[in-house]
Ligand binder design. Sequence first.
Ligand SMILES: Cc1cc2nc3c(=O)[nH]c(=O)nc-3n(C[C@H](O)[C@H](O)[C@H](O)COP(=O)(O)OP(=O)(O)OC[C@H]3O[C@@H](n4cnc5c(N)ncnc54)[C@H](O)[C@@H]3O)c2cc1C
Length: 467
Amino acid sequence: MSPPPAIFWLTRDFRFSDNAALAAAARGPVLAVFFIDRLLMAQGAASRWRLERGLRAFDAELRRRSGQGVLILRGEPDQLLPGLAAALDAAKVHQSDWPAPEMRVLQARVDAALQVGGRRLVLHPGHLLIHPRLVRTKTGGSYRVYTPFARTLRGIGPDQPGASAPERITQAAPPAKGLALENLNLAPDLHGGRAVLDRHAVPAGEAAALARLDAFLDRVTDYETRRDRTDLEATSGLSEHLALGEISPRSLWALARARGRDTPAASAGVEKFLSELIWREFAWHLLIEFPQMASAPWRPEWRDFPWQGDSDQAEAWRRAETGIPLIDAGLREMRVTGRMHNRVRMVVASWLTKHLLTDWRLGLAHFQDSLSDWDPAANAMNWQWVAGCGPDASPFFRIFNPETQAERHDPAGRYRQLWLETRAADYRATLPRSQRALPPARVTLEAGRQRALDAYASFRQTTGAQE
Ligand SMILES: Cc1cc2nc3c(=O)[nH]c(=O)nc-3n(C[C@H](O)[C@H](O)[C@H](O)COP(=O)(O)OP(=O)(O)OC[C@H]3O[C@@H](n4cnc5c(N)ncnc54)[C@H](O)[C@@H]3O)c2cc1C
């Protein structure tokens, strides 16, 4: 008997290898469908822009394998999938699980809607290294500290990569007319910034992710010692591919480990890289356990911290006009490319939350709108880590000094020069035509630091909050 038709609901798994959902759906005739829905449009502009590029790359490869592209529909999956499944007589809709809290709600709605017609939604793992329920403390609880979490995960070992999609795929004829990929423009709110991002984009898609991994593994020996250098290309640059599932963390782990085994000189760099992948995993573990982490302090006592709301100074930070070279350079890099070096992310976040005492959620929202590698778990965990209110966080009194950070991690000033001078015109091209002038900055390095420490001391005194 030939396998029954099925639907592959494409969300954030733009790859063909280690894609168990696509492999399961493609056993028989499959329809690959993507929705422009409320959840997608609530994402930030840069990540929608990047997603569109990923969708194009996936669509091109699907056409090569099946002669037909992705069916793109505007609307809500719980309203549209039951009708599509009925028209195809597909009993199952397969999806790679993206365990973000909002997606969980949508998945439940889709499954309920499908069940009315006797059909169901089947979720497949692949976004994480290992099922989060397997990494537990001795008493069965969830981890709140990275180091023991990492130890337990390494002890169990991540899952092996799962099934890959076949080289030849038979697609079912779409029962509805889809939108044309060429005219999508998923991020109209970028205005002139879109052309700038296009100019600085790195190639999207699974083949590009694998090529990037390969190039990175050739220089992984230096990763441990040079990854904080903002002026060098020392890190992998894989976060945007991971955010869209153009490569799975399980495949990354397996390929990097193999390189470490074959090339002993690379093994220290590889192990450091794997521990960064575990930070990503830890962030997801936390978000799954504490979905409120994306909008509320992970440590409840921090609800009472006297954060300041939006202000001219926060606006100057968003506009990359703080007057502090490393900070303005990083914020401009993000505006022009959708990327920002990890070290600089920490420094700009520290400036906003400590020197400017501004609520970390304002920074989180700006990053969400501006990062092409936006990831709800990594973004929330890291903002809370810098602000001091997160799990296993950097203590509040650890305040990055942007000048010493610049001396250490951009010793010849090349990174600052690139973003403040060489690419200044690109940055200006992303700005709206008319902008209200801002008053000059009032916070100096030392005064801002002292104000933050005073606010923290009085907060600890009144609430008894622990470091
Ligand atoms: C305030 C702030 C916000 C951030 N927001 C995001 C975000 O929205 N999306 C995102 O992917 N990363 C975020 N990060 C983490 C980190 O900055 C990026 O993952 C990293 O810069 C990506 O570059 P890379 O791929 O070259 O990293 P590499 O150094 O090559 O690391 C390999 C992979 O490990 C993971 N990783 C590395 N560092 C971290 C970390 N601190 N937390 C979680 N995972 C990590 C990423 O998946 C990364 O691709 C944030 C960090 C800070 C300080």
